[in-house]
Every structure is written in structure tokens, then in C-alpha cells.
Design a protein around this ligand. Sequence first.
Ligand SMILES: [Zn+2]
Length: 76
Amino acid sequence: MKWEKNLKSIIEENAPGNCHVCNSINTDYSMHIIDDKTNMGYGVIWCNDCKNAFHISRIKVSPNMKNIPVPEGLKY
Ligand SMILES: [Zn+2]
């Protein structure tokens, strides 16, 4: 998984870090809780410059994680 470092960075530092494709720091992420009891949900990490994105199908979402609108036109 190429976005593994970015996911690790979100979990540890609440920021995705550099894009692994174009090395831009202009990256972002959003997490959506599906099950309130377990805080399990899904997430998306993306780069605002090259529009590459990664869908996380299953993740335990922490309360401090962002839940913001995901931009259109991302390349998964
Ligand atoms: Zn990029």
C-alpha cells in the first residue's frame, strides 16, 4: 500500500504528510464513522495537487480525526 506512510502519519500526527506521488505537502484526509459504538468507519487520503487518492475501507476513527468534504475528481 503506497499510502501506508500517510495513514501512519494521520494516526500518529493527525496530518497525512507528503504525497508519495508528487511529494507535495498539500495533502488532506477525511474519516467517516459508520458504527458509533465501535468508531469503525472508512477514510480517504488525497493530494490536492496531483489528485491521487486512497480509500481506506476500514479504520478505527479517533475523535480528533477530521471529517471534511472529499473533493471531486480524485484518482483512486
Ligand atoms: Zn500528489
